[in-house]
Design a protein around this ligand. Structure first.
Ligand code: SAH
Length: 237
């Protein structure tokens, strides 16, 4: 998989993909991640990437020209219908569709080339969305000062689902959301710590019982923290 990130703050990403699973996936050639400065695609003499909003109001808006030029350079066309199969152009935006584990899984399964556009200030000129973007994505119901942290969230959650990205010692199968439930609680040594004992069932080696206990605990936790996952309220799966 190839991932390109468009940002006006490329240094933000200097070391953020250099740890753990994502670093290993890069080294193993499972994913190539490249970060591009939107400013490098600005052609006017001041290399402007933002301008004042039409209609007035606060703040600045990222201009369309450099972003169109960047997409043409990275994909070969700014005609969305002509993007190669498996090419997704993602705009990070609080107005986007909620990003879920299922979204990450479908990108991991189907996408070959993902371009992420990070907004700043009041956002990005809407013509970018109208003409270039295949997926407008929000990572949650809150407003960030830029799309960069959201891009990191999206990249991380997709890359760990790519085949062979997780070592054989771990698997995404039992992770929260994979089966519609949160994960169960986990414990490690010591078996007793400051008067708190690890649940007995985990120590007795009875795998059927352990599985049953884990399922019950996952359900309990889901009911208490994320009942919407069980009832389907909130438009959740
Ligand atoms: N005026 C916009 C917010 C702009 S915040 C609005 O109210 O909708 C600046 C940038 O941060 C956005 O362009 C977007 O790229 C990013 N951003 C902010 N919140 C986000 C979220 N919840 N998910 C994804 N990106 C977000």
């Amino acid at each position: 998989m190839k991932i390109d990130v468009l940002t006006i703050f490329p240094e933000y990403f200097d070391s953020i993909f250099e740890f753990g699973i994502i670093r290993r996936a890069k080294l193993a050639g499972i994913v190539a991640i490249n970060v591009h400065d939107i400013r490098e695609y600005a052609t006017d003499k001041h290399r402007m990437v933002d301008d004042r909003p039409f209609g007035g109001g606060d703040g600045m808006v990222l201009k369309p020209e450099p972003i169109f030029a960047a997409i043409e350079n990275l994909i070969g066309t700014s005609d969305r219908d002509a993007y190669p199969t498996g090419t997704q152009v993602v705009l990070l935006s609080p107005q986007g569709k909620p990003f879920k584990q299922a979204t990450a899984q479908s990108f991991a399964d189907l996408a070959k080339h993902i371009v992420l556009i990070c907004g700043r200030y009041e956002g990005v000129d809407e013509r970018v969305n109208d003409a270039l973007v295949t997926d407008e994505i929000s990572i949650g119901d809150y407003v960030l000062s830029g799309g960069e942290p959201a891009a990191v969230v999206v990249v991380d959650s997709i890359v760990r689902l790519l085949p062979n990205a997780l070592g054989s010692e771990t698997s995404a199968e039992n992770d929260s959301f994979s089966d519609g439930l949160l994960d169960c609680p986990h414990y490690t040594r010591p078996a007793e710590f400051r008067g708190m004992a690890v649940p007995e069932v985990l120590l007795n080696g009875n795998h059927a019982e352990i599985e049953k206990w884990r399922r019950e605990k996952a359900l309990e936790k889901t009911r208490s923290n994320r009942n919407d996952l069980l009832t389907g309220e909130n438009g959740d799966m």
